[in-house]
Design a protein around this ligand. Structure first.
Ligand SMILES: NC(=O)c1ccc[n+]([C@@H]2O[C@H](COP(=O)([O-])OP(=O)(O)OC[C@H]3O[C@@H](n4cnc5c(N)ncnc54)[C@H](O)[C@@H]3O)[C@@H](O)[C@H]2O)c1
Length: 253
């Protein structure tokens, strides 16, 4: 098998949650370019329709399912039989709701835990039976540097992403013997709508660039290589790993 075949996703169907914009949409484009059929998902119907139209106009095989990743009932209804026919699942949907921990409303805590952690359990539970039946499948969870390190006002996010790291390992040990690999990508600071609030703030912008050994923000397209690797046969013996793509930030003091 040559290197191109090893990384080819031809004949594979990928579901990416929260892929109406940002990292999810960029990964959809990248996996589509590697040959996969793409199923987009988002909570926001207009965003989802726009993303489907954009990828279709670029020649990709793409469709979409609108559902809220925190709702088992919506996941079940929206996916229907398709749930059993997914080869690659990318649990990407996520949100930030910042607040000082001592004053964080319960709802702010719970929404972030539900959207960034429980969602991966719910969507995977719907999709993995088909993978286990076929003895093949790839699950990729979007972790974060905050799976390892935190800062003030993001305790809900850090707890969720830390939990997602351990959920990834739990998935890996549960299913590695049955042909399904679960791994995660932990992006550093990437330029998306989620980080707008930081990129437009000159102090934060300088802080991130100074703290990142590469000296700059990452772009979502720089996550595509990691995603194609973890989605392809090239990673068939890779399980339970958190692949950090951060310009060296986590390696630096
Ligand atoms: N941008 C970064 O620097 C960065 C760094 C580390 C990790 N991440 C993670 O990567 C993932 C994608 O981040 P992004 O920067 O592209 O974010 P983004 O805000 O640009 O996009 C997230 C998408 O998820 C959708 N979404 C939110 N809640 C949903 C729900 N309940 N059901 C379905 N869809 C929902 C949103 O509508 C949006 O389109 C997230 O899990 C995030 O935590 C991002």
């Amino acid at each position: 098998m040559d290197a191109v075949d090893l990384f080819s996703l031809r004949g594979k169907r990928v579901l990416i949650t929260g892929s109406g914009q940002g990292i999810g949409l960029t990964l959809a484009r990248g996996l589509g370019a590697a040959g996969a059929e793409i199923i987009l998902n988002d909570l926001d119907p207009a965003r989802l329709d726009g993303a489907i139209a954009a990828l279709r106009s670029e020649g990709f095989a793409v469709s979409g399912r609108r559902f809220d990743v925190t709702s088992a009932a919506e996941i079940f209804t929206a996916l229907g039989d398709l749930a059993g026919e997914i080869d690659i699942l990318i649990n990407n949907a996520g949100i930030h709701r910042r607040a000082p921990l001592e004053a964080m409303p319960t709802e702010t805590w719970q929404t972030v835990i539900d959207t960034n952690l429980t969602s991966a359990f719910l969507v995977t539970r719907a999709v993995v039976p088909g993978m286990l039946r076929r003895s093949t499948g790839k699950i990729i969870n979007l972790c974060s540097l905050n799976s390892e390190i935190s800062r003030p006002t993001i305790a809900n996010y850090a707890a969720a992403k830390g939990g997602l790291k351990m959920l990834t390992r739990a998935m890996a040990v549960e299913w590695a013997g049955r042909g399904v690999q679960a791994n995660a990508i932990a992006p550093g600071y990437m330029r998306t709508a989620m980080t707008d609030v930081l990129t437009i703030d000159p102090i934060w912008d300088r802080t991130i660039c100074a703290r990142t050994p590469a000296g700059r923000w990452g772009e979502p397209r720089e996550l595509v290589g990691a995603a194609v690797f973890l989605a392809s046969r090239a990673s068939d013996f890779v399980s339970g790993q958190i692949l950090t793509v951060d310009g060296g930030l986590l390696a630096a003091l």
